[in-house]
Ligand binder design. Structure first.
Ligand code: ATP
Ligand code: MG
Length: 557
């Protein structure tokens, strides 16, 4: 872990933690990552995970994983399992500190009674719509509910009846009694408990009332003695409410909340609500569709956890809202894979080449470096024979002068092998080029030529007899607009060409045993990962990212 999450040091949260540690004695830092299990994690969550677990690592503290499971209507076990898997995959370990807000339901209930006894909470009968009406607006104060002045005894009895199941769903709520005229709408008597008959993934049907997120969240932090409660900016206005609970209740500790800006990325959406819609309406193949910005999507696409951590470590932890270009993520993936992915040769769009003066039946093996960017990545053997495939894009019937690849009479080097010259073009009845007849220079092994002439272009190839077929899934941005939904419906901005499937690929032999999850650089083509759809019969690869480095160039310019 530690090599990628070194203290970057200077953000306002780490600065606050340092001064907290300097001014106290024997204090340690306890953070938490508190997902609501109502969807799969996305790359925005990775920012929060790396921040919370990273800080715990850097300051020798600890980080809890806590599921904020207060809304059984939307939460599922599947999500809990996926979240655990994703946090682990990112390289973080909560050890024994796995918690659920539902572990605290009994305590939270007791605290609700405590507020009632202090005259700080009441049972309200207003309907949801009436409550909205009474709440007022940003410019108008709210009005008190006619039930606001119920006696403590009456409130207690009603709340106990709520728990006992005496009322219908939504018939009553418990509200904090704070201030209906507060400038902060969150303080206008927020709801603490609602009646909801829904089976909870962990507590089953034990409860028919559930605490709101606002009532559960800060108290859960306090129970776990979280010192620094880190969340995104939309909770800034909730902080006075959280502080009010902490002040009024006999809680065992007083967490401090710090808010930072959430990650937004261009050409995608980072909201579970929208991501769920993409899955449920079938716009993608599932939560782990490689086009999704989910952690499971990135994983399936072939993005290594180290690349995600590197990306996140470059993000500012601050208060400024801003959208990060997805090209920056792609840049980090490319950077990481450059030194972590072995090279292979694979042809996406094969064009047959027969080398006429190469002996039939002969096979030579060339030594190919697995990764020229890594000293000790080793080599592998690549077989060469009379019939090979090259990429169709590396041939032009009528090429411009600067096209240093194959064309009539043109010479090109085959990577690791010989220089070949195109002697003849074979076409089918439709005029489609089906084959090239070439000759090779037997003296040109390893880049030299018999007479010292220079051959400029180098292309990749695969021996026909040895190659293995594969299917490639080529991905483009999920949304064609940088800010989906900016001028209309989010779904209208979906990129209809975000997936292109190529069925005819041919890859070098050494990919035969590649296991799902492995990532390679296909020379001159891009980074590709082996998809779990691969089986004994068929190799399926995902393009993780292309080779072009536009973001990096932009940064240097
Ligand atoms: P969404 O809006 O996608 O539903 P959420 O905030 O409701 O996200 P939670 O499960 O409540 O999702 O999030 C768990 C933690 O992750 C919270 O502390 C939240 O602030 C943080 N988080 C969520 N989205 C982002 C993001 N885009 N960037 C940084 N942190 C995020
Ligand atoms: Mg949330």
């Amino acid at each position: 872990m530690s090599e990628t999450t070194e203290p970057t040091g200077q953000d306002f949260i780490r600065t606050a933690i340092r001064s907290y540690l300097e001014t106290g004695t024997n204090r340690s830092v306890i953070t938490r990552f508190p997902p609501e299990p109502n969807g799969y994690l996305h790359i925005g969550h990775a920012k929060s995970i790396c921040l919370n677990f990273g800080i715990a690592d850097e300051f020798s503290g600890r980080c809890h994983l806590r599921f904020d499971d207060t809304n059984p209507a939307k939460e599922e076990l599947e999500y809990i399992e996926s979240i655990k898997r994703d946090v682990s995959w990112l390289g973080f370990d909560w050890g024994e500190h796995l918690y659920y807000a539902s572990d605290y339901f009994e305590q939270l209930y007791e605290w609700a009674l405590y507020l009632i006894d202090e005259g700080l909470a009441y049972v309200d009968d207003l309907s949801a719509e009436e409550m909205r009406e009474f709440r007022g607006t940003l410019t108008e104060p709210g009005r008190n509910s006619p039930h606001r002045d119920r006696s403590i005894d009456e409130n207690r009895a009603l709340f106990e009846q709520m728990r006992a199941g005496d009322f219908d769903d939504g018939a009553k709520v418990l509200r904090a009694k704070i201030d209906m005229a507060s400038g902060n709408i969150n303080l206008r008597d927020p709801v603490l408990y609602r009646i909801l008959r829904a089976e909870h993934p962990r507590t089953g049907n034990a409860w028919c009332i559930y605490p709101t997120y606002d009532f559960a969240h800060g108290q859960s932090d306090a129970i776990e003695e979280i010192t620094h409660s880190l969340c995104t900016l939309e909770f800034e206005d909730h902080r006075p409410l959280y502080d009010w609970f902490i002040e009024k209740l006999p809680v065992p500790s007083e967490p401090k909340q710090y808010e930072f800006s959430r990650l937004e990325l261009t050409h995608t959406v980072l909201s579970k609500r929208k991501l769920i819609q993409l899955v449920q309406e079938g716009h993608v193949k599932g939560w782990d569709d490689p086009r999704m910005p989910t952690i499971s999507g990135l994983r399936r696409r072939g993005v290594p956890p180290g690349a995600v951590r590197d990306f996140v470590s470059r993000l500012a932890i601050g208060k400024n809202k801003g959208t990060v270009e997805i090209e920056m993520l792609e840049f980090c993936i490319r950077e990481y894979l450059n030194t972590h992915a072995e090279r292979r040769m694979a042809v996406l769009n094969p064009l047959k080449v027969v080398i006429e003066n190469y002996p039939e039946g002969q096979v030579e093996e060339f030594e190919a470096k697995n990764n020229p960017a890594v000293e000790d990545a080793g080599t592998r053997k690549v077989p060469f024979s009379r019939v090979i495939y090259v990429d169709r894009d590396d041939f032009m019937e009528d090429p411009p002068k600067k096209f240093f690849r194959l064309g009539p009479g043109r010479e090109v080097r085959l990577r690791f092998a010989y220089a070949i010259t195109c002697a003849e073009i074979v076409k089918d009845a439709n005029g489609e080029v089906t084959e090239l007849r070439c000759t090779y220079d037997p003296e040109s092994k390893g880049g030299k030529t018999s007479d010292g002439r220079k051959v400029k272009g180098v292309i990749h190839w695969v021996s026909a007899e040895h190659g293995i077929p594969f299917e490639a899934r080529l991905y483009d941005h999920l949304f064609r607009e940088a800010e989906p939904g900016k001028s209309g419906e989010v779904l209208d901005d979906l990129n209809p060409n975000s997936l292109e499937v190529v069925m005819e690929g041919i890859a070098e032999q050494s990919l035969f045993n590649a296991a799902p999850g492995e990532v390679f650089q296909f020379e001159r083509t891009g980074y590709f990962s082996v998809d779990p759809d691969t089986d004994g019969k068929r190799l399926v690869v995902n393009r993780t990212v292309g080779l072009r480095d536009t973001w990096g160039k932009m940064q240097k310019a």
